[in-house]
Design a binder for this molecule. Structure first.
Ligand SMILES: [Zn+2]
Length: 52
């Protein structure tokens, strides 16, 4: 298992990974922004926090 793959799994488990609704690209948000709206680093669209 390579490190990149592991970090992807960990990010998913902790809910830090979000898919931009506009450009559909995945990105990892900082843990302190977990419950806040973040802006896509690719296109600048707002990505709301995932609801559970
Ligand atoms: Zn985007």
């Amino acid at each position: 298992m390579n490190p990149y793959f592991m970090s992807g799994i960990i990010s998913t488990l902790f809910g830090l990974k979000r898919t931009c609704p506009k450009c559909k690209r995945d990105q990892v948000v900082p843990s302190d922004k977990k419950h806040e709206k973040v802006y896509c680093k690719f296109c600048g669209a707002g990505i709301p926090p995932a609801k559970r």
